[in-house]
Design a binder for this molecule. Structure first.
Ligand code: NAD
Length: 399
């Protein structure tokens, strides 16, 4: 062992929120330096929540060195270099702007914000603090098979693109007695299936095609308009869920879009597709071939090469586990599959490199704002009998 090697510099992480995304992000931060050769070592300095006992327990379980109960205190800590925001959308803007203005780097979960105005303020904060790295957590870009799809499209293997169709289907709202959680209220979530699932497939479509959508037309629906209000404390089974409150977001959003290059796109985002748990599927058709992907077969990319003579042509399955596939150099031997959580390890890896090089990563806050503008255009179209709405970038997205 080389005892003269200098210890790696630490990158202190402070994370806000420790439930679903907090747990997955923790795994990403814990694992990235164990798999990849990183310029600095992520240090899980502190996790923040509002309940002192619960956040302490979360710190112990998820591997954080300490706990805070106020995100302002977390930002103020000298051992926190990067603030990782894993809270609902209603707190993204306040936390991200305060962190950027305090000179911290920021990773913010998607969608970037609940409104275009909030997202603009966040993109402006990123722009006025160029020394801080700011990234949005559109983690599906970091599925190796989708990074490979982008690479194949970029080098022209599909030629000019004609179609991209994406569906993102879940079923956890089919029960009309599922409680009225934060995801079902506009003031906390911004929108429903649209911001939750639609934001991912808008980002993915634009990433794969390599340009922003020019315009959209949409339909959206709220199938169950009232749901049981969750009791603040556990209530007896007989009284639980008696009071019902209004659902103020979409249950499903369907939309079509046009890219400046002429490619046409179609999208479906719903939490009402019985049997579909987290079914993100897409297909791209170009003048020379097609690509297809299904998140339930995350290690595979289907490629139809239209230049192959017809008698031999057909979709072939690329098993995306070779060392020269995107992100695979640090992982297991070929054929030893990866899963959902690995996308968050890749996200942490790319962010640590961005901090070390000072080069702003993608998706940036400007990219997050542009997705927010697409979501707003979709909502406008759905509210006006599906009229086609042009997506107009503002100054902050064209930087
Ligand atoms: N990238 C993805 O695939 C993906 C998946 C799910 C959720 N998300 C996004 O991640 C974010 C969080 O979603 P989730 O599923 O983890 O939600 P969750 O309900 O599981 O967790 C939210 C956490 O935020 C905490 N919190 C809320 N307000 C807070 C505040 N003011 N201060 C401190 N803590 C606060 C809650 O206590 C909880 O720990 C959302 O923006 C969501 O859209 C992204």
């Amino acid at each position: 062992m080389d005892s003269t090697a200098a210890p790696k510099q630490r990158l202190g992480i402070g994370m806000v929120g420790y439930a679903f995304m907090g747990a997955v992000h923790s795994q990403g931060w814990r694992t990235a330096a164990r798999v990849f050769d990183l310029p600095s070592e992520p240090h899980l300095a502190a996790v923040c929540g509002r309940d002192p006992r619960a956040v302490r327990a979360a710190a112990d379980k998820l591997g954080w060195a300490s706990a805070e109960t106020d995100w302002r205190q977390l930002i103020a800590r000298d051992d926190v270099d990067l603030v990782d925001i894993c809270t609902p959308g209603d707190s993204h803007a306040d936390i991200a702007i305060a962190a950027l203005d305090a000179g911290k780097h920021v990773l913010c979960e998607k969608p970037l914000a609940n409104t275009v105005a909030e997202a603009e303020a966040m993109a402006e904060a990123a722009a006025r603090n160029p020394g801080s790295i700011a990234m949005v957590g559109f983690n599906y870009r970091r599925v190796p098979a989708l990074a490979l799809a982008r690479a194949l499209i970029e080098v022209g293997r599909l030629g000019a693109l004609r179609h991209i169709r994406l569906t993102y289907l879940q079923d956890w709202l089919v029960d009309p007695d599922f409680p009225l959680t934060w995801r079902l209220k506009r003031e906390s979530a911004g929108s429903g299936a649209l911001g939750d699932l639609g934001a991912h497939i808008v980002d993915l479509a634009q990433y794969l095609v390599g340009e922003p959508l020019a315009g959209v037309a949409a339909l959206s629906e709220t199938f169950v308009t009232e749901r049981p209000v969750p009791a603040a404390a556990p209530a007896p089974a007989t009284t639980r869920g008696v009071e019902r409150g209004p659902v103020t977001v979409d249950d499903a959003s369907l939309f079509i879009g046009r890219f400046p290059s002429g490619a046409l796109a179609s999208f479906e985002a719903t939490r009402f597709a019985h049997g579909r748990k987290n079914a993100l599927r897409l297909e791209v058709n170009g003048e020379l071939g097609s690509l297809a992907f299904d998140l339930e077969r995350l290690n595979e990319l289907q490629f139809f090469d239209g230049t192959v003579p017809a008698p031999e042509a057909g979709f072939r399955r690329i098993l995306v586990t070779e060392p020269d596939h995107p992100y695979l150099d640090g992982w297991w031997p070929p054929g030893h599959s990866l899963g959902y959580e690995h996308t968050f390890v890749h996200q942490a890896r790319d962010l640590v490199h961005a901090v070390a090089t000072g080069v702003q990563p993608a998706p940036s806050f400007a990219d997050g704002l542009q997705v927010q503008q697409v979501l707003a255009a979709i909502e406008e179209s759905a509210s006006k009998d599906s009229v086609y709405v042009t997506v107009t970038p503002t100054a902050a997205t064209t930087n």
